[in-house]
Write a protein that binds this ligand. Structure first.
Ligand code: ATP
Ligand code: MG
Ligand code: MG
Length: 528
């Protein structure tokens, strides 16, 4: 309820809204959607709706070397999952002919030139504010060379096309940026048809203008490139587009760059793009994040322009609020050094068929609870007991510890006996412990916890990620769970009482151990 009212409160004061608002989310199909993209997509949708406008989802597919159909498909699926639907889906590649013609027009207006300066030298010249020797090529010469680029001839491939803006503008983004370059790779949509591709700097403003975008929302680090964005439109006499900046989403110890995430995938440091340690939409979902909590979090961040390095605890704490009222409760005992206890005065084995899976939410359904004279306990609990202590067996009643077997007071407890004391008051016991009767089809499970992939809070651009890899990020523990856990399905989120929330990553099956991923709750345990 609270989040709802937050959701409807932003007004970013966009200018010129009378003629309608069209926003766009322009992902490059070069990786899977991450939480930063989710923010950009949600904000674009939010403001389109807020101003009764429309939103375009545009695949910014101008670099065939990095782009793939697989990425394009996954982005659409993930947007769908987030409840984000473009009113239109477009592709920069649909405009390749128009963009080519506009490049020719730019040359004809004397505002672009072909340049075969080596990359290295070009970088140095731009840095020092020195003009390329090719800057004053004639229109005819440029048209001819651009034609060679389009054919990827020997001369063509050595050249790129640069906008003729400035050689020494204090804003380096204005120093004759490259707007077209050759690329022999096959494009996932246009195949071998084109051999030259526009750069993002050229394509983005022009396609925004062509597609009727009125307000381009961009992350704040593009601000230096705004003058360049407008220059392109002005140079070609095209309709201007408003640019509106918002803060990039950053988290500590987290990489939100497709280039770096790709590196992790390629190095085999993760299982894939949906790795539960990854900040991709799929990764955090797999870790146990709900879409609802993700939406609430992003919309609560809102259109702020303050770039901060967020902590994951906030978003996981929000997720806990979503899952706690609906997560069925189950029991698991850690297998290693678990303790077998004998109960005297116990009834013969019995089963209660309809214990609620969630005490405060009967709608979640019921489960079976087995009672019997032999039960399993966690070692940590058993170790804390003393003779004659009265404890509470959760969902059963009180019991008194009558004997404790162990080699020495410091060593593990090997067995216990308890005497049931059901008349005892559970409000008066200090310890309420989880337990499992052995007379049921106990379910072997694996509990998995994760740590950050990198060791540094904030990686700087010049940092080499390879130097900050966390060596141990996966922690597995075997456990034994109650019979009902045999019915838990992949993606179900449950709570193992007194242990935490878990998402089922693999369901139990004949000869197959169920796998549960620990869901952070923002309270001190290892975060994502
Ligand atoms: P990456 O560096 O991860 O590849 P990108 O910006 O190059 O990011 P795109 O697919 O081009 O990836 O981005 C699509 C949109 O998402 C862009 O409008 C971009 O500004 C936005 N975006 C990317 N990362 C973030 C982030 N961390 N926070 C907010 N918005 C982001
Ligand atoms: Mg990009
Ligand atoms: Mg990037």
């Amino acid at each position: 309820k609270k989040a709802k009212s937050k959701e409807t409160n932003y007004d970013i004061g966009l200018m010129d809204i009378e003629k309608g608002v069209v926003t766009r989310f322009p992902p490059e199909p070069s990786g899977y959607l991450h939480i930063g993209h989710a923010k950009a997509a949600m904000l674009n949708q939010y403001f389109a709706q807020h101003y009764n406008g429309t939103m375009i989802v545009r695949f910014d597919d101008t670099n065939p070397t990095k782009e793939k159909q697989e990425f394009q498909d996954s982005i659409l699926q993930d947007l769908e999952l987030l409840g984000i639907r473009g009113d239109k889906i477009t592709y920069t590649s649909d405009h390749f002919d128009a963009l080519y013609d506009l490049a020719i027009e730019m040359i004809k207006r004397g505002k672009a030139y072909c340049d075969d300066t080596t990359q290295e030298q070009m970088r140095a010249e731009r840095m020092d504010g020195i003009a390329s020797k090719n800057r004053d090529r004639s229109v005819e010469e440029n048209i001819k060379i651009f034609g060679e680029m389009a054919q990827a001839t020997e001369v063509g491939v050595k050249n790129c096309l640069r906008a003729k803006i400035s050689i020494d503008d204090p804003n380096k983004a204005m120093r004759d940026p490259v707007i077209y370059r050759c690329n022999p790779s096959a494009h996932h949509r246009t195949g071998e048809k084109y051999k030259v591709y526009p750069t993002y700097d050229f394509a983005c403003p022009l396609v925004d203008s062509i597609e009727g975008v009125t307000h381009a929302l961009r992350t704040i680090e593009y601000r230096d490139r705004n003058p360049q964005y407008w220059w392109m439109l002005e140079a070609l006499g095209m309709r201007k587009v408003h640019v509106w900046d918002f803060a990039r989403l950053n988290f500590i110890k987290t990489l939100l760059s497709k280039r770096k995430l790709t590196w992790f995938v390629q190095q085999g440091l993760v299982w894939g793009w949906d790795d539960p340690r990854f900040p991709t939409v799929r990764g955090i979902r797999r870790r146990g994040m709900t879409i609802e909590a993700l939406r609430q979090f992003i919309l609560a961040q809102g259109p702020s322009k303050n770039v901060v390095n967020l902590d994951w605890t906030i978003i996981w704490a929000g997720n806990k609020k979503v899952i706690d009222p609906i997560a069925p409760r189950h029991t698991a005992i850690i297998e290693k050094s678990h303790v077998r206890a004998t109960i005297t005065g116990a009834p013969s084995p019995a089963v209660c068929e309809d214990k609620p899976k969630h005490k405060k939410n009967p709608a979640i359904g019921t489960k079976k609870t087995y009672f019997g004279s032999t039960i399993l306990l966690d070692q940590a609990d058993a170790r804390s007991f003393s003779i004659n202590e009265e404890i509470t067996l959760m969902d059963w009643g009180n019991a008194i510890i009558t004997s404790i077997e162990r080699a020495s007071p410091e060593s593990d407890v090997t067995s216990l006996t308890l005497r049931l004391h059901l008349e005892g008051d559970f409000k008066k016991t200090e310890k309420k412990v989880t337990w499992l009767a052995t007379e049921q089809s106990l379910v072997p499970v694996e509990l998995v916890d994760f740590d950050y992939l990198i060791t540094k809070d904030k990686l700087e651009e010049e940092d080499d990620v390879a130097n900050f890899i966390n060596k141990e990020t996966e922690f597995r523990e075997d456990a034994i769970a109650d019979e009902n856990v045999g019915d838990v399905k992949v993606d179900d989120i449950i709570q193992f009482e007194r242990k935490g929330y878990y998402r089922c990553d693999r369901a139990a099956a004949e000869g197959v151990k169920a796998v549960f991923f620990s869901i952070p709750t923002g309270k001190g345990e290892k975060p994502t």
